[in-house]
Design a protein around this ligand. Sequence first.
Ligand SMILES: NC(=O)c1ccc[n+]([C@@H]2O[C@H](COP(=O)([O-])OP(=O)(O)OC[C@H]3O[C@@H](n4cnc5c(N)ncnc54)[C@H](OP(=O)(O)O)[C@@H]3O)[C@@H](O)[C@H]2O)c1
Length: 271
Amino acid sequence: MKKCQKTVLITGASSGMGRSTVIALAKQGFVVYAGSRTPDKLFDIQTEFIRPIKLDITDPQNIEESIGFIDEIDILINNAGYGLVSTVEDVTEKEMFDQFNVNVFGILRVCKAVIPKMRKQESGVIINISSFLGKIGLPLFTFYNASKYAVEGITDSLRYELKDFNIRVHSIMPGFFDTNFARDNLVTNSKTFEGDSAYAEMVSTLAPTIVAQINEGNSTEEVSEMILEIIENVNFPARKTAGDKAKKFIPMKKELSDEDFERRVRAYYDL
Ligand SMILES: NC(=O)c1ccc[n+]([C@@H]2O[C@H](COP(=O)([O-])OP(=O)(O)OC[C@H]3O[C@@H](n4cnc5c(N)ncnc54)[C@H](OP(=O)(O)O)[C@@H]3O)[C@@H](O)[C@H]2O)c1
């Protein structure tokens, strides 16, 4: 039997963690508005419970138009995001802005549109899909790191801001997960990846290792199950790690000094 009729809005729903969460929540009886730039990619799983909507989180007007008609949103899952791989000296203004426009401002825009609905309902749950790279830096991932550190900050601030309205805010910090993140959606700076770049050696060792670790990463169901747990458990912690790499590195980061942790990461990735 279906458990509930709560309404969920999720961004970046067409692939990876987003798509698997849409399916998992619909199975439990949630009505899921599956937001995507390409909602047709969700037509194959469209049902009474899975409602694909066109959603571009970089466009405030589109956000208003796309979700304005949904009277109540009980759960918001800010999932859309991608990674930029670039050194700081090579990055373009556009690459830098786009990374924050999607991963940071996108979340804030959707929150801005959804929070008034949750406040009126006097309840809600917001789940931000961050990353273990929201607590740990890596070379070539400075912009992605900075964007996910920002997501962690957004989560912390919103928890205070929304508590009195009975709106819970959480973040999930995944390690590496087997999705389209590295297969289709990574953005790479062309200069950084040139053979004669001053960073060529680092690029040639680190980038393929990270891509391989993502593509051989954990299965997205772990994240979907954690999302269900957050929804059901009012006492769920503010943030939690998911996947092997996050479970290995985040506790280590807490236990060691910054310098000792850095030494471990250097040794692990041969940096
Ligand atoms: N895979 C990992 O190892 C990993 C690890 C830690 C954190 N994460 C985070 O997990 C979340 C989900 O990623 P995923 O691994 O499931 O990757 P994915 O399969 O690439 O899915 C990400 C979704 O985000 C949206 N997206 C991607 N690039 C975008 C862009 N340039 N502009 C706007 N939207 C864009 C897309 O949604 P639509 O096309 O449907 O709009 C896409 O379906 C992201 O926030 C990512 O940062 C992933």
